[in-house]
Design a protein around this ligand. Structure first.
Ligand SMILES: [Zn+2]
Length: 257
């Protein structure tokens, strides 16, 4: 993992500086600068899932030759998920839903419907708390197991896919994943549908980046996403793109059993 390479690199530089300071005066600012650089490297590595800094993340299939992509929906299930399911059904598209445990407890029937409609379900933590990235390994592990159990109770299948909240990874998540054995699923096209309300801009952002093997990040909790999805599926059909489940696109298994 790249965090290990970074650790070895920065510790070696600090070691060499310390050694050098025995022979010649070295300003303490050099040490501060190196530590700061290491800190910034960690922040960037943690923030961008596709850098595979802390954990390996599957973000696309660059070797896919056919016009195939995967659509992923985060943060459900909620009432709006039903609209998304309706649109997907109309266009005969299969997607992947990364669900939050506490939302599953509120809407077990909607989770069941996602599975019954033939879509994939992955784990997106239990709380999706703003503080998730500050949780220790045990708490992350507990959240992943709780959400797995809810999904298994309702659908009969235990997910192997995990998408970290906000796409942020860190040492606690890495250690938790060593126990739970989930595969981290990222994306290579971020629609920004969680931030922007301009449906045309969201649509354009996706279409502009489209290529075979892409994984698109969307949210089934947003009304704007319904409009974008309808337009996107029409456009994909026009371009002869097929929407397939993430497991198929990435040649992985979405469930343990
Ligand atoms: Zn999320």
């Amino acid at each position: 993992m790249k965090h290990l390479i970074a650790r070895i690199f920065f510790l070696s530089v600090l070691g060499l500086l310390a050694l050098w300071s025995f022979f010649a005066p070295v300003s303490g600012w050099y040490f501060v600068f190196i530590l700061l650089l290491w800190f910034v490297t960690n922040i960037i590595g943690s923030s961008f899932i596709q850098y595979n800094y802390h954990v390996k993340a599957y973000c696309s299939n660059p070797s896919e030759k056919d016009q195939k992509i995967a659509l992923t929906f985060d943060d459900g299930p909620n009432e709006n998920t039903l609209q998304i399911l309706e649109i997907l059904k109309t266009h005969n598209a299969k997607a992947t839903f990364f669900c939050i445990g506490k939302n599953i407890e509120k809407h077990p029937d909607i989770l069941r419907k996602i599975a019954q409609d033939g879509h994939e379900i992955g784990n997106h933590s239990y709380s999706h708390s703003d503080f998730f990235d500050f949780y220790r390994k045990d708490r992350v592990t507990k959240e992943l197991k709780e959400t797995d159990n809810l999904i298994e109770e309702i659908t009969g299948k235990k997910p192997t896919f995990f998408r970290p909240p906000y796409g942020v990874t860190n040492p606690s998540i890495r250690r938790a994943l060593a126990i739970t054995k989930h595969k981290v699923i990222g994306w290579n096209i971020r629609s920004m549908d969680g931030i922007s309300k301009n449906t045309q801009a969201i649509f354009n952002r996706i279409v502009r980046q489209l290529s075979p093997g892409s994984v698109v990040l969307l949210h089934d909790t947003r009304l704007e996403t319904n409009v974008v999805l309808e337009q996107l599926l029409l456009s994909l059909a026009e371009k002869n793109y097929e929407v397939v489940p993430t497991a198929q696109l990435l040649n992985l298994k979405a469930y343990e059993n």
